[in-house]
Design a protein around this ligand. Structure first.
Ligand code: NAP
Length: 292
């Protein structure tokens, strides 16, 4: 297929490379020329704008930061919408607002362009190894057309529902991860305050109902007091902001998510935006005079 890929950051760069490796023709655009250089070396075609890349493509993939960035890349000056052919598909793989996603899909449909939302989980390692989990929203027939493209980037690929449903699934993922991080941080602090070795507590909990990937991976980071990312606090805060904003729009009460949002805000305030979001532990410890 002829593919366009816009946004060549930590995730986008290896995802675009995997599409090239799978034998597709890939037209790339990054807003900094230097971000396109490694892709051009690998045989992708560097384009001057999102519109120029999209004009060549059956499927245009967008992988940028937040809702406003996706809007700018698709609908801004020289954006994807100015180049995309009727009948082509725009796939947004960034993590953004589900409500905005539905509106973007309607705007594209008005010019005969289909849209899928397809946010991912699995981090940069999953992007490099093409093992991402991909949560998709959109029409089933459009999903089937794009499926071979997803299969070059990921493993667990699920059509969740209509436009926006992929972003809803991703928000659900982030709620579970955030609230579990908070629970693990509180439990390990509870152990230490009781004079019990939190590492032994984690070992004991691992095989029971409290066992989880978060207890395993993030719990280890907490025990080691070592918060090299992983998934940065500032990105987790962005995602929880999407959750809380959507909850407000819907009149939905999410007190657990709201609490963790405050702890992520606190980490931003203490200059820890670049740390892994397991650093929520630092806020939990500070509140009880348990800093290390
Ligand atoms: P990143 O490294 O910061 O890359 C984002 C890319 O988007 C950058 O290349 C940036 O360009 C470009 N960009 C941002 N705003 C733009 C705009 N308005 N116009 C043009 N280009 C723009 O972030 P990432 O880690 O790849 O994350 C991308 C998305 O995937 C985010 O929504 C994130 O939440 C999600 N995600 C990330 C992970 C992870 O572990 N990193 C996991 C799952 C999902 P510049 O290079 O010029 O800044």
């Amino acid at each position: 297929m002829n593919l366009a890929f816009i946004g060549l950051g930590i995730m986008g760069r290896p995802m675009a490379l995997n599409l090239k490796k799978a034998g597709h023709r890939v037209f790339v655009h990054g807003r900094r020329a230097e971000s396109m250089a490694p892709l051009a070396q690998a045989g992708c075609t560097a384009c001057a704008s999102p519109a120029e890349a999209a004009a060549q493509a059956d499927v245009t993939i967008v992988m940028v930061s937040d809702t406003a960035d996706v809007e700018q890349v698709i609908f801004g000056d020289k954006g994807v919408a100015q180049g995309a052919k009727p009948g082509s598909v725009v796939v947004d793989m960034s993590t953004i607002s589900p409500t905005a996603t539905k509106a973007f899909a309607e705007r594209l449909m008005a010019q005969g362009v289909e849209m899928l939302d397809a946010p991912v989980s699995g981090g940069d390692v999953g992007a490099i190894n093409a093992t991402l989990s991909i949560m998709v929203g959109g029409k089933p027939e459009v999903f089937e057309r794009v499926k071979p493209v997803f299969e070059a980037m990921g493993k667990n690929i699920v059509l969740v529902g209509g436009n926006g449903a992929g972003q809803v699934a991703k928000a659900c993922n982030q709620i579970v991860v955030a609230v579990t991080i908070e629970g693990v941080a509180e439990a390990l602090t509870f152990a230490r305050k009781n004079g019990v070795d939190p590492a032994r507590v984690r070992d004991a909990l691992m095989g029971g109902f409290a066992g989880s990937r978060i207890l395993e991976v993030h719990g280890k980071r907490m025990l080691d007091n070592e918060y090299k990312p992983g998934f940065k606090t500032k990105l987790h805060q962005k995602d929880m902001n999407i959750v809380m904003q959507t909850a407000r729009e819907l009149g939905l009460s999410l007190p657990g998510a709201a609490l963790v949002m405050q702890h992520l805000n606190a980490l931003m305030g203490t200059g820890d935006a670049e740390l892994d979001s397991a650093a929520v532990m630092k806020i939990v410890e500070r509140a009880s005079g348990m800093e290390r």
